[in-house]
Design a protein around this ligand. Structure first.
Ligand SMILES: [Zn+2]
Length: 382
């Protein structure tokens, strides 16, 4: 008998009705409170059972106050940042090849410090990275306790979810596995690509839910336990803010300050004492679309107090999105990583009622709490 955890990226809580009343009866249904940040941070907190503050990890790149390059490179790099099509295409290709991002101005690259974890890594790779650094993860605890586990992700199957579910079912049946960790990444792409109000998105989510229901029913019949969860929901984008071109026109950008454009967060790092004043035009502009994170926000969302993530961090209001940004290659119609308290941002948790009672599920369920729930449900320690 195995515990089968199905992690569906970006399954919004508000779509839980797609499972149908009859099906939901045997499950405890709860809301997941997302992280203020992106999937890499959610996975890091889930696997280590630690919040970003205790982990010291928030976004996969930080800032350096000294550039990592020679001054003689300044001019040629600036050339690629000229906003004409051939240079934009080259810049896009260069940043994509060199770093796990899509569209970083080359003048800013030298100031960015990429961490060992990034959004393109598998759960197993993130686990191994933490293990090397001396952190324990739920998977290393399983290894220590002799619990056999498997991880499987739809990206290994070119996002053919049905095929992956069949393979998983076969493996769980044939081998002795105590914990199966399934990660389905594709719905996040559907939400960004089509937007949560589109017919196409709803059609795809209905089809996915049917696959999940069939798989879950088969597993329960075979005596396995099931947990389904997602990391966040999704909201429609109504307004795009182009900060990239404004930044590239500003002569102080990358001289006295540098900026991270993370789709819903704008992180400003001062490079010298002029940085604050010379970035005020940006702060003034952001005032109508975003709010600057204050002490209370850092406390509430347990964010690391580390200035190398930015001297100022601005969070956009729901429905506003920066584009171009450093993460997206297409203009997104749906977006997450807004204020985690917004209903649109809530993820879903479905747990069989017996397990939910045994592990004592209580909202709000944040990723580090979810990690502990997975541990308890697998080890049977309450
Ligand atoms: Zn996403």
């Amino acid at each position: 008998m195995a515990l089968i955890a199905i992690y569906v990226d970006a399954y919004p809580f508000k779509l839980h009705r797609l499972f149908g009343e009859e099906f939901l009866k045997r499950f405890a249904l709860a809301r997941i409170r997302p992280i203020l940040g992106y999937t890499d941070c959610f996975k890091a907190c889930l696997l280590t059972c630690k919040d970003p503050f205790s982990l010291g990890y928030w976004v996969f790149y930080k800032f350096r106050s000294q550039a990592l390059r020679r001054r003689s490179l300044d001019l040629p790099l600036r050339l690629f940042d000229i906003p004409i099509i051939p240079f934009r295409v080259l810049r896009f290709a260069m940043s994509k090849i060199i770093y796990p991002v899509y569209n970083i101005p080359l003048c800013a690259l030298g100031f960015l410090d990429f961490l060992d974890i990034n959004p393109h890594m598998s759960l197993l790779e993130i686990h191994k990275t933490f293990k090397v650094k001396g952190f324990s993860t739920i998977l290393s605890i399983f290894e220590d306790k002799g619990i056999s586990y498997m991880t499987i992700e739809d990206r290994f199957f070119h996002h053919k979810i049905l095929k992956m579910m069949k393979v998983t079912y076969k493996r769980v049946k044939e081998r002795r596995i105590d914990f199966a960790f399934i990660y389905i990444d594709e719905p996040d792409y559907w939400g960004h690509r089509y937007g949560v109000d589109s017919g196409r998105y709803h059609e795809l989510m209905r089809a996915l839910t049917l696959i999940l229901k069939d798989f879950i029913s088969d597993c329960i019949k075979a005596g396995h336990n099931i947990i389904v969860f997602s990391d966040h929901g999704m909201a429609s984008v109504r307004r795009y803010l182009d900060l990239m071109n404004r930044l590239l026109r500003d002569r102080s950008f990358c001289k006295s300050y540098v900026v991270g454009l993370d789709a819903t967060m704008i992180r400003i790092k001062y490079l010298n004492e002029r940085g604050f004043h010379e970035s005020r035009w940006l702060a003034k502009l952001l005032n109508s679309y975003a709010h600057k994170l204050d002490e209370k926000d850092y406390e509430l969302y347990r964010l690391p107090r580390d200035e190398s993530y930015g001297d100022e961090v601005w969070l956009l209001k729901e429905g506003v999105c920066i584009f171009p940004n450093y993460f997206s290659w297409l203009r997104p119609r749906g977006m997450h990583a807004y204020d985690p308290l917004l209903p649109s941002q809530e993820g879903i948790l479905l747990m069989e009622k017996g397990i939910a009672e045994a592990v004592n599920v209580k909202e709000p369920i944040e990723p580090w709490i979810l990690g502990r729930l997975l541990l308890k449900a697998t080890l049977g320690e309450v």
